[in-house]
Design a protein around this ligand. Structure first.
Ligand code: HT7
Ligand code: ZN
Length: 854
């Protein structure tokens, strides 16, 4: 199997200026006629090699002449045409079988509707093509399908023709005036309800907005539509970027590999990121919808108008677009809470990726299967890298850089270097050192020591950075780290932005008293910080720092210290008691919550398993689970009255998705979780479950019951299943709760779940709802002593690999990092991986499993 390398990039020898696609839709035998206008870059005749996979090629014609079969060569991945003139029209006839397509790449069926997914390399499953992002062509798409069964026939751009044929089929034509790479092509055909709206751009153009959803679900798309309008306005106000077509369509489908796809003018979304109402969706669902609708919309400029030269540059569009969606969400809600969420993602999933066999820089250098590189590193660390540029250049400097980037590169396929060059040139600043972030993988460790000289009235910070070797890269160099700090002294806080450029550096501050340093405020660089804080200092930071993220982080660090102490106590066979000062801090917080109740809820939440596990080189699984459970129990018992007081003081109002209410519900839910640890709160749980008018509060009850193994869990879960049995999106929440039940009965539950009438191995949402929840939210059972959890997941991964390799390859992730566990677990994990590797695996799975074992 041949990996591709960034260093091997060559510009294409042929380009395609115009593409005409004509689809005659049929579930098992769709006929596609594809016509391309080809131009050789050298101006000479030559060999044209097109990408293609699992296609039935019916005919090939050049300039109107049908070629005989010996005039071209077809392999399992290519169509090779020797001696093609410098300028030629190529016509291909191809037959496709969307019904047999369970990989959900290319053209497939989702509940009977046709849809496509082409990023990254899925267009080659529709037609032989130069399926690479640096070939930009104007697309015209004809769709011919039964008019009654498929009233909606959609593609990119503008509808220019629609007619009824004599045989009862409809023929429509879409023209997309913007040249685009094949990965942005989309086609949808089906029978949907359509929610319509409109948006008038800053320059006064009216844009039609259309959301296509399953019949009966129109009212559930309203929030997504409003989110889209907010995103359109935000991009105009923040970056001066307007939408460019007359229509923006979103289609919600149930069968989908990821969250959503930004196809030009025709986004396709996983229905869970479009459909929401108060009865069926939680506050988190609403939040995600706004953020993902925003993300896909923002791609119209960062990704579509300016696209990637090659897939190694994926972070050019994804890192930047995640940064933009994070800024959007922060402006729509709480900046601090949004930042805390992003920090959690980096500290859990991204740091774990860096420490595992798939470690790679935000611009990977070598790839076997591109789908494996839609990672937290490329997306979220990529966004952190953009954020650091924003921090270094300031808001205005960053905007100047963005303006120059679009001025230079609109309509082009470019590289991450082109982006940094625009930032550099617009600001007159040398960013050569900063570029290392694009080529170096791994998590930098930042060690800080402090010194106070009372005589000299000087406070010094000595900082040392070091990036440990990663699986992909042994040698590391110092990086440019923007380090935001505050110095707390005499009730005041002074802020600074330090720029660290060397392996070791000293910074001095003139002060009169010894301050407490708040380090890495706002998580200004994606690094692991080490500094010896006392408990008292951490509590002072939690009370006094200006930066909310730093305040939250102080409590996080405090908990990490508690985990270490509790595990040491477990080893010496003693009980561990939480420090009185921490309990007192919590008591005060409960009696007098901060103005921001959602922030209060965050402070009151013990870190999750993943966050703690990431602090250990070798992860002591059961010890962490036991320590965290012990903390929750102690907090629940010692502050029992305060949890109840706080819970009761937060009255629930008629549901609205608005910040104040969201925050109230979050805090009430935290209180409820703790309350259930001490007393049988049967009445209270029943009451909240039965009387609440929204999914957020109902789900909080089910979670509280699950976490405390409450006897009500079974009956409430069965009521929930009955109530929502016909609504698969809501049923996913039930699948999720069932699979995350932290008790050995979960193993038989998993079997029952896969036999549930609504479960389908073909639907990634269902598979993720069960098995994603099992490994992400049930560490005690996933890591069961006898290795059963690993075996269950390994079997599922193998089964899925034959159905949908992309999904299989994502599910395998928690099995890969076997080196992070103690010897017995290492053996169990290695054994399941070795068995896997002995099978005939997809490239997706092979790349990960073989790296893990090498
Ligand atoms: N750009 C998209 C990435 C993507 C994808 C989406 C759906 C299914 C398969 C996919 N492969 C890659 C999504 C985004 O980042 O916006
Ligand atoms: Zn994206």
């Amino acid at each position: 199997r041949q990996a591709k390398k960034l260093s091997d990039y060559k510009a294409p020898e042929f380009t395609i200026s115009d593409v005409e696609l004509s689809f005659e839709l049929n579930p098992e035998a769709t006929l596609l006629t594809a016509t391309y206008q080809l131009h050789s870059a050298s101006g000479c005749a030559g060999t044209l090699t097109l990408d293609g996979q699992e296609l039935k090629l019916l005919s090939v014609s050049v300039d109107g002449q049908r070629l005989s079969a010996d005039a071209y060569q077809v392999t399992s991945e290519q169509l090779i045409l020797p001696g093609l003139p410098a300028k030629a029209q190529l016509e291909l006839k191809i037959e496709l079988n969307p019904k047999a397509n369970t990989a959900l790449e290319g053209l497939y069926l989702s509940n009977g509707a046709y849809c496509t997914q082409c990023e990254a390399e899925g267009f080659r499953r529709i037609a032989y093509y130069l399926d690479r992002p640096d070939v930009l062509a104007r697309f015209t798409t004809h769709i011919i399908a039964d008019a009654k069964a498929y009233p909606a026939l959609l593609s990119n751009g503008n509808l220019v023709h629609s007619s009824l044929l004599a045989d009862g089929r409809r023929h429509v034509t879409w023209v997309d005036p913007f040249p685009k790479p094949s990965y942005l092509f989309a086609l949808v055909a089906g029978d949907f309800d359509c929610l319509k709206g409109s948006y008038t751009t800053g320059s006064g153009r009216e844009v039609a907005l259309e959301f296509y959803v399953d019949k009966g679900n129109k009212h559930r798309a309203q929030f997504a539509l409003e989110s889209l309008k907010r995103a359109m306005l935000w991009d105009e106000q923040t970056f001066g970027l307007e939408y460019d077509l007359d229509i923006y369509m979103v289609v919600a489908v149930d069968f989908f590999n990821m969250g959503a796809m930004e196809n030009k003018g025709l986004n396709v979304f996983n229905s869970k990121y479009v459909l929401a109402d108060q009865a069926s969706a939680t506050d988190t669902d609403f939040f995600n919808i706004e953020s993902i609708v925003g993300h896909e919309y923002f791609h119209n400029w960062t990704g579509n108008r300016v696209t990637c030269r090659d897939w190694f540059q994926l972070s050019l569009k994804e890192g930047l677009t995640v940064f933009r969606d994070q800024q959007f969400s922060a402006d729509m809600g709480s900046r601090t809470l949004n930042r805390i969420d992003a920090v959690k993602t980096i500290r859990t999933a991204q740091f774990a990726e860096d420490a595992g066999p798939m470690a790679h820089p935000i611009r990977p250098q070598q790839v076997l299967e591109m789908n494996n590189f839609y990672t937290v590193t490329v997306y979220d660390k990529g966004a952190e890298v953009i954020r650091m540029l924003h921090t270094l250049l300031g808001q205005d400097g960053f905007r100047k850089g963005m303006d120059l980037y679009f001025k230079r590169h609109d309509g082009q396929a470019v590289t991450c270097d082109d982006f940094v060059n625009a930032m550099q040139d617009a600001n007159g600043r040398d960013l050569s050192l900063f570029r290392r972030w694009y080529q170096q993988s791994g998590t930098p460790e930042l060690k800080v020591y402090s010194q106070f000289d009372a005589k000299k009235r000087e406070f010094k910070l000595l900082m040392q950075q070091h990036t440990p070797a990663t699986a992909d890269q042994a040698e590391k160099q110092p990086l440019l780290l923007p380090v935001r700090i505050e110095l707390l002294s005499e009730g005041r806080s002074q802020s600074y932005l330090l720029e660290m450029t060397e392996a070791s550096q000293e910074f001095s501050f003139a002060v009169s008293q010894q301050p407490v340093p708040v380090l890495l405020a706002d998580f200004s660089a994606p690094v692991k910080l080490q500094y010896h804080y006392s408990l008292a200092e951490l509590l002072q930071i939690a009370r006094e720092a200006k930066d909310g993220v730093a305040r939250w982080d102080a409590i996080q660090q405090l908990w990490q210290l508690q985990v270490k102490a509790a595990i040491a106590a477990q080893h010496s066979g003693t009980d561990y008691q939480l420090p009185a000062a921490l309990l007192e801090f919590y008591r005060q917080l409960l009696l007098q919550p901060l103005d921001d109740l959602a922030f209060t809820a965050e402070l009151l939440t013990v870190p999750c398993y993943d966050m703690v596990a990431e602090q250990f080189e070798q992860i002591p699984v059961q010890e962490i689970v036991q320590a965290l459970q012990g903390f929750r129990q102690q907090l629940a018992e010692k502050l029992a009255e305060q949890w109840l007081f706080c819970y009761q003081s937060l009255r629930s109002e008629a549901y609205q998705y608005e910040q104040q209410q969201v925050a109230q519900r979050a805090l009430r839910s935290v209180c409820l979780q703790y309350l259930c640890f001490v007393k049988d709160q049967g009445l209270l749980l029943q009451q909240q479950y039965q009387s609440s008018d929204n999914m957020t509060d109902q789900l909080a009850v089910l979670r509280a019951c699950r976490n405390s193994a409450h006897p009500l869990f079974a009956s409430l879960m069965s009521d929930f299943e009955q109530r929502w049995q016909h609504d698969v999106l809501v049923l996913d929440k039930w699948f999720n709760l069932s699979a995350s039940y932290p008790h050995p009965t979960v193993f038989s539950t998993l079997q029952q779940l896969t036999a549930h009438p609504q479960f389908s191995w073909q639907n990634p949402n269902r598979v993720r709802a069960v098995f994603g929840a099992f490994y992400q939210q049930n560490p005690a059972m996933f890591h069961a002593e006898d290795g059963r959890g690993y075996q269950v997941l390994a079997d599922v991964v193998l089964k899925m690999d034959a159905i949908n390799p992309q999904v299989a390859s994502r599910l395998v992730t928690p099995l890969l990092s076997w080196k992070r566990y103690q010897p017995a677990r290492q053996q169990q994990l290695k054994a399941v991986l070795q068995t896997m590797l002995s099978k005939d695996l997809s490239n997706d799975l092979y790349e990960k499993v073989s790296k893990s074992l090498s």
